[in-house]
Design a binder for this molecule. Sequence first.
Ligand code: SF4
Length: 94
Amino acid sequence: MAKKNTVSLEGAVMTENGLSYKGVIMEPVVEKCEGCDRMVDFEGQNFCPTYAQPARKWAGGVCNFATHVRAEMDKGGKVKINPLKASKRAARGR
Ligand code: SF4
């Protein structure tokens, strides 16, 4: 599957508070974003054009925009995170 990095952060400016893009301060992606196709690299750091504050996105369970995992509720109403393509990635990485 081709990586669809069609979004660019062109025009973004690094400021003291974070990366400013179209008037929004963007925070770097968090560890859980690792593997998500939406991440965009900007000057060596990854940002999410879909959600400016990835950490907050994940605080509530799972990012619903993530391309690499899918959240499911189990019977108890707890959020279960299912990695996508995990077996493929493991095979490649080891
Ligand atoms: S879409 Fe969600 S998982 Fe993907 S980079 Fe953005 S915040 Fe992270």
